[in-house]
Design a protein around this ligand. Structure first.
Ligand code: KIV
Ligand code: NA
Length: 275
């Protein structure tokens, strides 16, 4: 199994890192078999699995349950789990408690959190306590209410400089990797160049050390809005729709089940009265 040091080595060797989300056992197994380097149990599950319109309603219990499922499916892959909304801000005790649940109870190998500034100290404390932390900067979906929408970050000189400063601080606090979401590719390239730790991009161009995408987006499964940075490699929704419509039609027409799906017996008729 790859570890935090494998990802560092991959960056040093300029070997691209492929990361993808998964939220349940069969998806995790498929993603593992397809050769992803690490799996993210993202709080994006709030949108693509649970049907919320942001990641804000996702709870620690949700993250624990889905991490357990992913771990059952992918036994040989490094698994990172998102701290959900407001589970790592109130106090360091509460943050440790959340990390403990994600790692001890659910089996995550690492945690991911959004932000820098006052969270730099949290990253330092978690790392010192033996919790591998992945940072997340640029567009931070848990702050969508503050940002006023899902927008590209770091477009002007000032915000790009702040992004680099934050990225450096996250690295210095001990994070083993950093996700950069929705930033111009030039800015992402600049941050990637400046950091020693691997930078995983999503909507951040081709120059980052690796890429991360949401499982449902990659396979084309779901109804929600698909962002510009997504490449849909399949159309699973269409496949499911076709399969389920065929099933419904065959049930109505008594074309399903056939003999091959049914059980047979020699008994002609069973009497209710045993005679
Ligand atoms: O929740 C998630 O899936 C993420 C990735 C998009 C990086 O945080
Ligand atoms: Na997330």
């Amino acid at each position: 199994m790859k570890t935090t040091s494998s990802f560092l080595k991959m960056k040093q060797n300029k070997e691209k890192i492929a990361m993808m989300t998964a939220y349940d056992a069969p998806a995790a197994k498929l993603v593992e078999q397809a050769g992803v380097d690490l799996i993210l149990v993202g709080d994006s599950l709030g949108m693509v699995v649970l049907g919320y319109d942001s990641t804000v309603p996702v709870t620690l219990d949700d993250m624990v349950m889905h991490t357990k499922a992913v771990k059952r499916g992918a036994k040989d892959t490094f698994v990172v789990t998102d701290f959900p909304f407001l589970s790592y801000h109130a106090s360091i005790e509460e943050t440790f408690q959340a990390a403990k649940r994600l790692m001890q109870e659910a089996g995550a190998h690492a945690v991911k959190l959004e932000g820098a500034d006052e969270l730099v100290d949290t990253i330092l404390k978690l790392t010192n306590a033996g919790v591998p932390v992945m940072g997340h900067l640029g567009l931070m979906p848990q702050s969508v209410g503050v940002l006023g929408g899902y927008k590209v970050q770091g477009k002007d000189e000032e915000s790009a400089a702040k992004l680099l400063k934050d990225a450096k601080a996250v690295e210095e606090a001990g994070a083993f990797a950093l996700v950069l979401e929705c930033v111009p590719e030039q800015v992402a390239a600049w941050v990637t160049e400046e950091l020693k730790i691997p930078v995983m991009g999503i909507g951040a161009g081709v120059h980052t050390d690796g890429q991360v995408l949401v499982y449902h987006d990659v396979i084309g499964y779901g109804e929600g809005h698909v962002p510009k940075f997504v490449k849909k490699y399949a159309n699973v929704s269409e496949t499911i729709q076709t399969a389920v419509s065929s099933y419904v039609e065959e049930v109505k027409k008594e074309q399903f089940p056939q003999k091959e799906h049914s059980f047979q017996s020699e008994v002609k008729q069973v009497s209710l009265y045993g005679g």
